[in-house]
Design a protein around this ligand. Sequence first.
Ligand SMILES: [Zn+2]
Ligand SMILES: [Zn+2]
Length: 334
Amino acid sequence: MVQVIEWVNPGEDEIIWRYPNEVIKWGAQLVVHEYEVAVFMRDGKVYDVFGPGRHTLTTQNLPLLYKLVGGSNSPFKATVIFVSTKEFQGRYGGETQTRELAPIKYYGVYWFKVADPVQFLTEVVGGQSLYDTSDVTKFIRAYFNEGMMKHLSSYSIVDLFQNLDMVSTQVKVKLMEDFRRLGLELVDVKIEGVNTTDEWRQRLFWIMQTGNAQAVMQLDTAKQVAAELGKSGSASVGTGMVLIPQLMQPQAPAQPAQPNAGGGVPPAGYQNQPAQQQAQPQAQQQEICPYCGKPLPPGARFCPYCGHEIKRCPNGHIVPEGAKFCPVCGAKIE
Ligand SMILES: [Zn+2]
Ligand SMILES: [Zn+2]
């Protein structure tokens, strides 16, 4: 009976498949389907490679292995690995810290495919001894997440919340380089959500209100930030109201940030604000509550969500509790 080596019915998310029999006979039929490559390996090293088609294994089309097995015509040992060259989708999620050590959580989707099967098998499969498709998938996800963590942590919290589009683009380019090293092509990356703690959200509010990151960062807690900025009058502050992006409006302020260990799908209740919503017309300066981060109706005296009193200067700017002067315009508070 002729030996047939074929990947029958690959699963949706299977990247590799190892032919279970390691003893190969000359004359065996090798069937390689479209979007597949079959690779002969031994001891973690890549030998002969076959593209789509039906191949009869002869000493001619397995030159490297034939040489290795000493020119004998008896059955030889080799690991045959099929590699899918289709595009795969992966989900990621994790947490890291910004440049100022603000804790952030993030999640999204990425798409990738094997671009260089030989490099991929050398680096990932042979290199890590991962011959099971789910182990390979796990490895790729962990590798992606590690890169994402590393690259995101080089940004400031203001960049992450105010310039997420720019950050996404730059991080994507870096991750694409990382992936290329594994013989993989990172087709696209989408950051679907970034979130931080209530404390940092309030601090971010004041950085953006006043334009003075340094002053805000020097203070320990958001409450202290609000009080101090209010005391100092206009001396330490910038040019006034800045646009607060949609991302800063949390959906679940009562939900404390939970570590999203191990990546994967974010837990329920985890903030989900698509990145596209960040772009708001400059004219719409939506005020947000400095205590809970939810949008306020124009001129609100009380937050409809958390009930906190919203103090205002004579010019209508929101001022922190205990402030003697408006941090935006410097007006004296009665
Ligand atoms: Zn509120
Ligand atoms: Zn004011």
